[in-house]
Ligand binder design. Structure first.
Ligand SMILES: Nc1nc2c(ncn2[C@@H]2O[C@H](COP(=O)(O)OP(=O)(O)OP(=O)(O)O)[C@@H](O)[C@H]2O)c(=O)[nH]1
Ligand SMILES: [Mg+2]
Length: 291
């Protein structure tokens, strides 16, 4: 009973203030002074009623009401802040020639644009995915970054990882075996980076170029990379005072390495950037960059 009355008084107290603010925001210079005085009068009347009532209410109830109001405000504020800081960046990484730039243009324009040039600069853009352009309703644009695979440019990856909502590690499924070790080393370095582990950034291993019949399957690629990383785990931990400074270790000691042991989610998918078969990549992006 007390609380209903209290709510009514609080509402009565704020109502004129809200209306006043709205009126001011409209910036209508011709607000009648008369009307303003009327509001002021009403406001002071409600202030008096509220003060009288507050004097009657036991102080513990007042404290409880204030605590609930502050808690609700803080909760709403933190929800808003969390929503705002949610990133829309997805980073494409992987060895040179795996097909990142072709995928980037497929995502943006639905076509491939470029020939066989090795990227010398990260390629980035914020856009609505090409396949979503015809969809109705509000669609959130995504920020896609294609970081070149050239070893001298890989350090650029560290600039983008802190803001990443997801990382796509592109693997050439056609020319996989000769590159398996180097690709696994690169993936190992990625999965042991503090920026990836601490924030549990989801990683998608995207087996690209599956338009060719000789391309390896994602299951095969996953298994081979797990085996390679298992070997790397042993050799890297042997170099304990490390030239190679991996921030975190991978897997469970004494067990064969599997991506399921990673603290972040590591999944695999197929794609063909050249022919535009990128639905699994788009699914991953949308899963982590919500509308
Ligand atoms: N068959 C086939 N070839 C592809 C596919 N995607 C890319 N390629 C070819 O692979 C080569 C490399 O593609 P890019 O997109 O430039 O590779 P990248 O990963 O951006 O390479 P860097 O910029 O050096 O890191 C090009 O010759 C592409 O035509 C695909 O899905 N299928
Ligand atoms: Mg490129």
């Amino acid at each position: 009973m007390h609380s209903t009355r209290l709510m009514f008084i609080i509402w009565s107290f704020y109502q004129p203030l809200i209306v006043l603010t709205l009126k001011r925001n409209e910036k209508k210079s011709d607000i009648a002074m008369e009307e303003l005085d009327q509001w002021k009068e009403q406001l002071s009347h409600f202030c008096n009623v509220a003060m009288d009532y507050l004097r009657e209410v036991p102080s513990d109830q007042l404290y409880a009401a204030a605590a609930v109001a502050i808690f609700t405000m803080l909760l709403l504020l933190s929800i808003r802040l969390l929503k705002r800081t949610k990133s829309n960046t997805v980073v494409l990484t992987g060895l040179s020639g795996s097909g990142k730039t072709v995928l980037f243009y497929q995502l943006r324009d639905g076509s491939t644009h470029q020939g066989t040039v090795t990227s010398m600069e990260p390629n980035e853009g914020t856009f609505i995915l090409h396949n979503e352009k015809t969809r109705k309703g509000k669609i959130k644009p995504v920020h896609i970054v294609d970081v070149p695979g050239h070893s001298r440019l890989r350090s650029k990856l560290d600039e983008y990882l802190p803001q990443a909502a997801g990382v796509v590690f592109v693997v050439d499924a056609l020319d996989f075996l000769p590159n398996c070790r180097v690709a696994s080393e690169y993936l190992y370095d990625l999965l042991t980076k503090g920026s990836v582990v601490k924030k549990k950034i989801p990683v998608l291993i995207l087996c690209n170029k599956t338009d060719k019949v000789t391309a390896h399957t994602k299951e095969f690629i996953r298994k081979q990379m797990e085996k390679e990383i298992d070997k790397l785990r042993v050799s890297r931990s042997a170099i304990s005072t490390a030239d190679i400074a991996n921030e975190f270790t991978l897997g469970v000691p004494g067990e064969q390495f599997s991506f399921t042991q990673c603290s972040n989610k590591v999944t695999t998918a197929d794609a063909s950037g050249l022919t535009g078969e990128i639905s699994q990549l788009e699914e991953f992006i949308r899963e982590h960059v919500k509308q």
